[in-house]
Design a protein around this ligand. Structure first.
Ligand code: HGY
Ligand code: MN
Ligand code: MN
Length: 413
């Protein structure tokens, strides 16, 4: 095991994270908000590109803007490290970004210790879906889990409704070559992503690191309820076809179904919109998003089937209609046992308390793992707070993760 100057790593990790909270890297001072094809996101990529180039890495971008930094020529086997540096629209400074910073720190440690590891860092485009409502978009494009029509037609900017394709072209990328993105993974013999846990298991069990051995799968979709728009004062209750009432029934039913499914299944309605959305008008239409996840596909997919059937029946019983449309889905994803084992060995050697665990959150690693042996390392975040501006993590845990990954990769290449 290589012993590193942990204080030096802590200082660098802290400085990187702090720098990327500056006004050049977020479109609002209220939170960290940066996503594909915005100036603040480009500034963030430029920051990382400069840091990697200073280490002697070649920096390039895939056809839609995922950043790739490698210290070996194309065609040479390399080990992958990275995450994403875009943010939730209500994001914090650590979600994703800490993972790219830790990848950068691993590359710094390699350069300082002369270990000459073959490394390729990746910062995936649009992991959060803040630009186009499509989570893990850059990594799904890379492993071809989207279709061209999605990019050209279906995936549209939440800001201006224009297609992903148009935005990628306007930003100077080549979306027509999107299928070439898969070659970013050609030389990878392994992949490790670092991420904040985004829950409080590590904190509550006094562990400083999590070695992730599986990632929960998910379904994202939308339920649309159609009733009738009426006057809120003149329309008797018995006459109404109120879409909001059916939407409310679905929200509480989803909670019941997800709880009853067990096996770690969770269900969330994070978005709800009523139309026309005016105080004195009975809503004629309601749309609610579904985020249903779990470590067992059969369990969480049965919840999606049940809630969409429930919505249709609840609407029909009141003279309304309801329909379900899926946005996207990824299966529960096991991690590579050999990489998990090396990470556990390196974590044990560090002397820091750690545990092996499931990830309830989705990560780009779910896509990478479909083609490359993969695993993840979690660091604690205060009280599990994430997707919120007061998200907090300790740079010392980030530095510890970098040291553990640096040592594990030395055993894996
Ligand atoms: O929602 C997620 O699982 C990820 O943070 N985008
Ligand atoms: Mn993330
Ligand atoms: Mn996130």
């Amino acid at each position: 095991m290589t012993t590193v100057d942990r204080e030096r790593s802590i200082a660098r990790v802290a400085a990187d994270v702090q720098e990327l909270t500056g006004s050049a890297y977020t479109s609002t001072p209220e939170a960290i908000r940066r996503y594909a094809y915005t100036d603040v996101y480009t500034n963030t990529l430029d920051y990382f590109a400069t840091q990697f180039e200073e280490l002697g890495h070649d920096v390039s971008y895939d056809p839609v803007g995922t950043l790739v930094a490698r210290n070996r020529p194309a065609g040479t086997k390399v080990f992958g490290v990275g995450s994403h540096c875009d943010s939730n629209r209500n994001g914090g400074p650590y979600d994703g970004t800490l993972g790219v910073v830790v990848a950068l720190e691993v590359c710094r440690l390699d350069a300082e210790h002369g270990t000459n590891l073959p490394l390729q860092a990746i910062s995936f485009l649009e992991e959060e879906g803040s630009g186009f409502g499509q989570m893990l978009l850059g990594s799904r494009i890379m492993v071809q889990r989207v279709g061209e029509a999605d990019l050209k037609e279906h995936f549209r900017s939440l800001d201006d409704g224009r297609s992903f394709w148009e935005h990628a072209e306007d930003a100077g990328y080549d979306p027509a070559d999107w299928r070439e993105s898969i070659h970013v993974l050609d030389d990878l013999i392994g992949w490790i992503e670092t991420h904040i846990e985004q829950a409080r298991v590590l904190q509550d069990t006094d562990n400083r690191l999590g070695v992730v051995n599986a990632i929960a799968g998910y379904v994202h979709g939308d339920i649309t309820v159609n009733g009738r728009t009426d006057h809120a004062g003149a329309t008797p209750m018995s006459f109404r076809q109120d879409a909001a009432v059916v939407a409310g029934m679905c929200i509480t039913e989803l909670e019941r179904l997800a709880t009853e499914a067990g096996h770690g299944t969770v269900g969330t309605v994070g978005e709800i919109s009523l139309s026309p959305g005016i105080i004195n008008v009975v809503p004629g239409e309601a749309r609610l998003s579904l985020d249903v996840r779990g470590p067992e596909d059969a369990a969480f997919r049965s919840v999606v089937d049940a809630i969409s059937a429930y919505a249709e029946e609840a609407a029909r019983a009141r003279g309304l209609t309801a329909s379900y449309a899926m946005r996207q889905t990824l299966p529960a994803t096991p991690m590579d046992t050999a990489i998990v084992a090396e990470l556990e060995t390196a974590a044990a050697s560090s002397g820091a308390p750690f545990r092996t665990m499931l990830s309830g959150a989705a990560h780009d690693t779910m896509c990478v793992a479909s083609r490359v042996p993969s695993a993840m390392v979690f660091v604690p975040c205060r009280d599990g707070i994430s997707h919120a501006p007061d998200e907090e993590a300790d740079p010392a845990d980030g530095a510890l993760a970098a040291e553990v990954i640096f040592n594990a990769i030395q055993q894996l290449v």
